[in-house]
Design a protein around this ligand. Structure first.
Ligand SMILES: [Zn+2]
Length: 80
């Protein structure tokens, strides 16, 4: 029972990370360049095309909207 709860929490954490969330205690442990993320809080934005969360430094900003990739930006230009 408790084991299932732990698995559930791990899966939740993985989904959170997959959506662009930050887990500082994991990132710091696994990241070799730990000096960089100290106090480096990045806001995330949802891609206006596919909804994936990206940090603002990784996002492509076009006409006031954030896109996760050039591909999504191209699709948005085509679709709209
Ligand atoms: Zn996208």
């Amino acid at each position: 029972m408790l084991f299932k709860l732990i698995i559930f929490l791990v899966v939740l954490a993985l989904i959170y990370r997959w959506l662009g969330g930050k887990l500082p205690f994991i990132d710091r442990a696994s990241s070799p360049k730990a000096d960089h993320d100290f106090g480096d809080i990045q806001t995330t934005s949802a891609c206006a095309q596919c909804g994936v969360y990206v940090t603002e430094s990784d996002a492509i900003i076009h006409q006031g909207k954030a896109y996760c990739s050039a591909e999504c930006l191209t699709q948005a230009k085509k679709g709209a």
